[in-house]
Design a binder for this molecule. Structure first.
Ligand code: URA
Length: 210
């Protein structure tokens, strides 16, 4: 008998939690597979786990996660409505003088990890993908994606009928005053656009006969 979408995602998660395909397996505390509703038409894809996500095994649970939750709530979206995950499933970090901090993932780490994301997308088949931050948009939309010029625009992609990119909540948190407020408003506007696109897409005629 064919597995349900939820069963397929659970099966993939079990495999992903055991991943040893790159060096990050030696430094991570937890694989952050992603969570939410795998039957959702809206998938949100961030960059990669940070300290809090690594500690808990859950995506977007730190300060950036709190801002994301606030922006989602402004659009009347709860975590249970969407599936949230990251391009990278393990934290990329560096320890210097006894202090550990995040670092950008290496190209080969991204290449080794993204088959997990591709399998997630293949199972979930989202109608709309919302990319948070440039690394996600570069993977989902196009390699030379430019956040300042191209956020808030829908693109057709091989991964979903529509993909749109928004500023990463962690980037917004680094802004002060008006830039923070402006960034947060843009994030809310882009989430709202994604929500509306899901509703619009439901009304579009299906191109297949069956
Ligand atoms: N930033 C991300 O891109 N993903 C997370 O899960 C947390 C912070």
């Amino acid at each position: 008998m064919e597995l349900t979408i939820t069963e397929q995602i659970e099966q993939l998660k079990t495999q992903c939690l055991d991943c040893n395909n790159c060096e990050l397996a030696h430094t991570r505390r937890n694989v952050v597979f992603g969570e939410g509703n795998p039957e959702s038409p809206l998938m949100i894809i961030g960059e990669g786990p940070g300290m809090n996500e690594d500690a808990t095994g859950r995506p977007f649970v730190g300060r950036a996660g709190a801002l994301l939750d606030e922006a989602l709530a402004a659009c009347r979206i709860g975590r249970h409505h969407v599936f949230i995950c990251n391009v990278l499933k393990c934290r990329a970090c560096i320890t210097e003088n006894g202090r550990t901090r995040n670092r950008p993932p290496a190209t080969d780490e991204i290449e080794t990890c993204t088959p997990w994301l591709e399998k997630q997308i293949e199972i979930i088949k989202p109608v709309v993908i919302l990319c948070l931050g440039a690394p996600s948009a570069k993977f989902v939309i196009k390699k030379d994606f430019k956040m300042t010029q191209e956020r808030g625009i829908f693109y057709p992609t091989k991964y979903a009928r529509y993909a749109i990119a928004a500023l990463h909540p962690a980037y917004i948190l680094r802004q002060a005053g008006q830039s923070y407020d402006g960034g947060k408003s843009l994030l809310i506007a882009d989430i709202e656009a994604a929500r509306k696109k899901v509703i619009e897409a439901k009304k579009e005629p299906k191109l297949t006969l069956f």
